[in-house]
Design a protein around this ligand. Structure first.
Ligand code: PHE
Length: 371
């Protein structure tokens, strides 16, 4: 009886040893809340990437990926909660997320303190990777994005005066407005009105009335699509007829649903366009559309890429140790959908931006701008 029990125990031990353990990766995005389309696309992009890695046999040593995805609801406090939950409760070895800079800024210090490598697919605020050496991103930063927007307005739209309206409580929109203003003025343009509004308001008429009175030729609106749709509508109601320019936060199928005709003559800077003819892009668009029944937006592409970058680092590390993954991330050199990724000393990749026009309710690719 005793001998039997020992044999049985040995057998159980042997089986559990021979089954490679899954590698747990945390994913985070705003699946609900003010920017819910961002989270849905982000989750889809990560899911597709993980499926592809698992179909190829996993990351290393036959170990597959288990993606544990959480919703931060677009809220920094909720974001801190899910970062902590993924690390402490689930024991993830790395995190891919989150999307809105204000939420990523709440999560990054938690990863840094815990020694858990993190890559945000789409948070562009400069401060995010400054949190520490475990924090990476797969996208360009707002000093570049704001410069591209301002240069496009000044040179391509050929306007000499601008106004900007931004969310006072949001690092992303505040930062983009600042960067736009800096470049627009450096080019010789004039910023005739610069108005902030508190987070959460839906009536922007007080700020817009001042803006319209200053007679700018272009209006810069660096916010997420919900607010942009409302601001554009109210600006048109108050008589503003000129072009509007914004950032990646415009990228949602809901922008034209909310803004309607008001967002025509609108342009925004973004990470990628599904109309890019490069084979890597078209291959991704095909796979994603087949699986999700919808063309991938920039959030989907960025999330897919970010997951690839993280899994490639873990594969090269051949380890799930935080320090080893972190050092492997630093040596990244990989071709993904959005191009080749290498990190600079601040853990940011150097990437081009695209300019998209809203025309007849559709996104039309205009140009690619290299750094
Ligand atoms: N860049 C935005 C931020 O930092 C997030 C975002 C990325 C939104 C891409 C839309 C598309 O908050």
């Amino acid at each position: 009886m005793k001998k039997f029990a020992i044999v049985l125990l040995l057998a159980i031990a042997a089986t559990s040893l021979s089954v490679a353990q899954d590698i747990k990766i945390g994913g985070i995005g705003p699946v609900t809340g003010e920017a819910a389309t961002f989270g849905v696309s982000t989750k889809n992009g990560m899911t597709l990437a993980v499926e592809e890695w698992n179909a190829k046999g996993g990351v290393f040593g036959g170990r597959k990926v288990k993606l544990i995805f959480e919703d931060d609801k677009g809220d920094p406090a909720e974001s801190a909660t899910v970062y902590t939950k993924l690390i402490q409760q689930d024991g993830v070895v790395a995190i891919v997320g989150t999307v809105m800079s204000k939420c990523t800024l709440a999560g990054a210090p938690i990863c840094q303190a815990a020694g858990i490598p993190m890559i945000t697919p789409a948070s562009t605020n400069e401060k995010v990777t400054q949190v520490g050496d475990y924090i990476y991103r797969a996208c360009f930063i707002d000093p570049f994005q704001g410069t591209v927007g301002a240069t496009f307005a000044f040179k391509n739209l050929n306007v000499k005066s601008a106004a900007a309206i931004f969310d006072l409580g949001n690092d992303y929109t505040k930062g983009l407005a600042e960067n736009f203003k800096l470049t627009f003025e450096k080019l010789g343009g004039k910023v005739v009105a610069y108005e902030g509004y508190p987070t959460g308001v839906t009536d922007f008429k007080a700020q817009l009335t001042k803006i319209v009175a200053a007679k700018p030729e272009v209006l810069y609106i660096p916010d997420y699509y919900n607010d942009v749709g409302l601001i554009a509508k109210q600006a048109r109601e108050l008589g503003f007829k000129g072009p509007m320019v914004g950032g990646d936060g415009w990228d949602s199928p809901d922008l034209v649903k909310i803004g309607g005709k008001a967002v025509e003559n609108g342009y925004f800077t973004n990470h990628y366009s599904p109309d890019d003819t490069r084979p890597a892009v078209q291959d991704f668009v095909k796979k994603y559309t087949a699986k999700f029944g919808q063309k991938p937006d920039a959030l989907a592409a960025q999330a897919y890429d970010a997951m690839y970058i993280m899994l490639d680092a873990i594969k090269r590390a051949g380890s799930t140790k935080g320090t080893v993954i972190r050092d492997a991330l630093a040596k990244t050199n990989i071709d993904v959908v959005s191009g080749n990724i290498k990190f600079d000393a601040n853990r940011n990749p150097i990437k081009a931006a695209v300019i998209i026009e809203i025309k007849d309710g559709k996104q039309v690719y205009k140009a690619t701008v290299k750094p």
